[in-house]
Design a protein around this ligand. Structure first.
Ligand SMILES: [Zn+2]
Length: 83
């Protein structure tokens, strides 16, 4: 979109079909856990084993019992077709 010297707005619209896919080249999904009571977070890991062990250790140390599990990964959007 651009604005010309007279204040008129010009825009160009293009319709396209986009597809979203999992991106693995940027690294594997990272698993983690966060205490829902104090906000402390575990280290990231390639699977759930480390974060779940962290939850149990955190519960034993603090008495906090509710945790949020997270998986962080990448997606790649690519244009499939210009309509
Ligand atoms: Zn906590």
């Amino acid at each position: 979109m651009s604005v010309s010297g007279q204040g008129a707005v010009k825009s160009r619209v293009r319709f396209a079909q986009w597809v979203l896919s999992t991106e693995t080249a940027s690294g594997p999904p990272i698993h983690g856990a966060e205490c829902a009571e104090c906000g402390e977070v575990s280290d990231g890991a390639d699977d759930w084993d480390g974060p779940q062990m962290w939850c149990l250790q955190h519960a034993g140390r603090t008495g906090h019992t509710l945790f949020r599990g997270t998986v962080t990964g990448y997606f790649r959007a690519s244009m499939q077709e210009v309509l």
